[in-house]
Write a protein that binds this ligand. Structure first.
Ligand code: HEM
Length: 415
């Protein structure tokens, strides 16, 4: 992280110190919410000592995410992270070719070519298969009277759903868990050279895997999204092989890592709030607002970012053209100006619209899928077990941007 300019007011200096502690002290990022509140009240918008503008209010994050004058700038993000040689790293080069970091018109084109596979209607077609998967995954937990809910349910469910959809053979799916986790580190503020080296290895392996799978699917097309991407032609436009490999890797990784953590963080939050858990048991129809509340309460993606292509004004403050902007989604979701009693988990809360899936043109492509997977997983988990409780310490990983538990040991009593 290169220091570019000191913050000016004492509020900004304080907010900056809190942020630096959060991104450099791996212990403090395990529970960031107090720090977010401190930053928001000291300076809701400030220029950090590593050069980026930091936003912690809901309205400000929402406005920037939807502002057409704000886009993505992968090279700028790399420079701001102090990674000058990013083009030499397999895990970082070509970042701007990912849908997630592309700008229109490239973004519009890439998104159009895959969006159809993730509409709410497509997701509802997957429901019976998802329910069957969940029931199957709950059998060993019932037999053992508990287990690690991350390993037993929260990881295999979304991994198998997106694996089925894309056409990744079942036997190969689990081997992506660690490489994906390792590569998410490159998107964290303060990533180290060792973490980048590990991510390079992980991405090279994953990239090679999808290149081979594409060769196989060209020879033997199946009824899956990868074969669909190879065949798709819209208005005379096709995806190149590299574009398909990049997209497949993004969809597969995004398809399980974040949803695993939503199911994990959400279940953990409910187990820590027995009255809310009871409310959900007694009123299963609350599951839809409950998932929104769990997304708000402890989102699995805490941070997103943009680049100002023009001078803009946010929340009464000027941000000059050429600035990187950090939208702290996890802080926006706890903003008292938007949510009454924001630190309280309330599964009956209405009018939530958390920023956990972002907003604007990069709004999460898999939001419907992730919501449905989580709703079904929680509904069937509660229906299957009369009692569920924590069976040991559950710790959050030492990552701020990608928030998830290391493990979630539970004890379950049969209904
Ligand atoms: C709880 C689960 C999930 C969370 C919290 C989440 C979060 C997000 C967020 C915050 C963004 C926007 C990033 C930005 O504005 O820069 C995003 C974009 C995206 N997500 Fe998700 N996601 C989840 C699940 C999924 C799933 C299941 C898939 C795949 C099927 C997926 C695929 C994507 C893709 C492809 C984008 C990029 C969209 C674009 O740039 O147009 N996500 N996600």
């Amino acid at each position: 992280m290169a220091l570019t300019q000191p913050s000016s007011t004492s509020g900004e200096q304080h907010a900056d110190a809190v942020l630096l502690e959060l991104v450099t002290n791996r212990e403090s990022c395990r529970d960031p919410y107090r720090a977010y509140a401190e930053m928001r009240s000291a300076a809701p918008i400030f220029r950090s000592s590593f050069g980026t503008y930091v936003l912690t209010r809901y309205a400000d994050c929402w406005a920037v995410l939807r502002d057409p004058r704000c886009g993505k700038d992968w090279a700028g993000f790399m420079r701001q992270s102090g990674i000058e040689d990013w083009q030499q790293h397999p895990s970082l080069q070509g970042g701007d070719e990912w849908l997630l970091f592309a700008n229109p018109p490239a973004h519009t084109r890439l998104r159009r070519l895959v969006a159809k596979a993730f509409t709410p209607r497509m997701v509802s077609r997957l429901e019976p298969r998802m329910e069957a998967m969940i029931d199957e995954l709950l059998v060993p937990i019932a037999d053992a009277g508990g287990g690690d809910l991350l390993d037993a349910l929260a990881f295999p469910l979304p991994c198998n759903v997106i694996g089925d959809l894309l056409g990744v053979p079942e036997a190969d799916r689990a081997s992506f868990r660690e490489p994906v986790r390792i590569s998410t580190r490159t998107l964290e503020v303060g990533v180290t050279p060792e973490q980048i080296a590990a991510a390079d290895e992980a991405v090279e392996w994953s990239w090679g895997y999808f290149q081979d799978l594409i060769v196989e699917r060209r020879a033997h097309p199946g009824d899956d999204l990868l074969s669909g991407m190879l065949a798709v032609e819209e208005q005379g436009d096709r995806l190149t092989t590299d574009e398909i490999a990049t997209m497949a890797l993004l969809l597969f990784s995004a398809g399980f890592e974040t949803t695993t953590n939503l199911i994990g963080n959400g279940t953990f939050a409910l187990l820590n709030h027995p009255s809310e858990l009871r409310k959900l048991r007694e009123q299963p129809a609350l599951i839809t607002p409950a998932v929104e509340e769990l997304l708000r309460y402890d989102a699995s993606i805490q941070i997103s970012g943009r680049f100002s292509n023009d001078d803009i004004e946010v929340g009464g403050q000027a941000i000059p053209a050429g600035s990187t902007i950090m939208t702290v989604l996890g802080a926006a979701n706890r903003d008292p100006a938007r949510f009454a009693d924001p630190d309280r988990l309330d599964v009956g809360r209405r009018d939530i619209e958390p920023l956990s899936f972002g907003s604007g043109i990069h709004y999460c492509l898999g939001a419907s899928l992730a919501r449905r997977e989580t709703a079904l997983a929680l509904t069937r988990l509660l229906a299957r077990f009369a009692s569920i409780e924590l069976a040991g310490a559950a710790r959050f990983r030492d990552q701020l941007g990608f928030r998830g538990l290391e493990s979630l040991p539970v004890r379950c009593g049969n209904a």
